[in-house]
Design a protein around this ligand. Structure first.
Ligand SMILES: Nc1ncnc2c1ncn2[C@@H]1O[C@H](COP(=O)(O)OP(=O)(O)O)[C@@H](O)[C@H]1O
Ligand SMILES: [Mg+2]
Length: 230
């Protein structure tokens, strides 16, 4: 994607003034552990209670074949089942279970196809053999890709965007580009309630990444380049 007109950017991993301590305090390990805890609790507590409610309703409807309440009972059963299904989707979605089930590249393909109805045309370029990617990099790559693609859909108003994974000069590269409206990077990083970019830098640091460059300026699209040693 064309990077003409964009302000050149340094490796953000080296610019500590952009990442003051108070913005970087929250640790991804804790964050992942917290997400897992919520997912398990939702499943074990709310999920089990809903299953019990559904069982009770199933019994009631059996014994109320001819009662006037049957339509209401049927509606309650249907809503309870829908809540059980929704909850399962939510609690499995916040843990990247899909990575264990189908692998990183297939999970990225699913993610991209989930956005097929968005106004941005997303292209996925996988230019490396998946076996070249160390297993400890799979979650960071997946989560960072999710955040960058989600940002494109939410904020960029781009008509096209791409996510590329490639290998060059002993580095594994993740490059995400869009042709959207771009943004003022320093202001975005300092937004206290915007955790996406902060979580990205924490994940890169934690997984021993060696590069994060974000080329963006208002009106000129955005290109994010992250690299790890291979
Ligand atoms: N691809 C993009 N195009 C335009 N603006 C973006 C893009 N990515 C991020 N931004 C801007 O940077 C801000 C911070 O992003 P982020 O930290 O992910 O927080 P959030 O997505 O929760 O707002 C966003 O609110 C948005 O203004
Ligand atoms: Mg975001």
């Amino acid at each position: 994607m064309e990077s003409k007109g964009k302000k050149s950017a340094d490796n953000l991993l080296n610019s500590s003034e952009l990442w003051p301590a108070e913005y970087c305090q929250y640790l991804i390990e804790d964050y992942e552990a917290e997400i897992k805890r919520i997912a398990y609790n939702l499943h074990d507590s709310v999920g089990q209670n809903l299953t019990i409610v559904k069982l009770i309703l199933d019994r009631l409807i059996d014994s109320a074949c001819s009662s006037d309440y049957r339509p209401q009972l049927e509606a309650a059963i249907q809503k309870t089942q829908q809540s059980i299904d929704d909850l399962r989707k939510i609690s499995s979605g916040i843990r990247p279970k899909i990575l264990d089930e189908v692998g990183l590249f297939a999970a990225l393909k699913v993610m991209i196809s989930d956005y097929s109805h968005a106004n941005t045309k997303l292209t996925l370029n996988l230019e490396i053999d998946e076996t070249r990617i160390k297993s400890n990099l799979k979650i960071p790559i997946y989560r960072i890709s999710q955040e960058l693609v989600c940002n494109i859909i939410k904020h960029s108003a781009a008509t096209s965007a791409s996510l590329t994974i490639s290998e060059k000069n002993s580095q594994l590269n993740l490059i995400v580009c869009d042709n959207g409206k771009g943004f003022a990077l320093e202001n975005a990083i300092k937004k206290i309630n915007s955790l996406g970019l902060k979580s990205i830098i924490e994940r890169i640091k934690q997984s021993k990444g060696e590069k994060l460059v974000i080329n963006t300026s208002v009106g000129c699209g955005t290109e994010t380049h992250i690299a790890w040693p291979i």
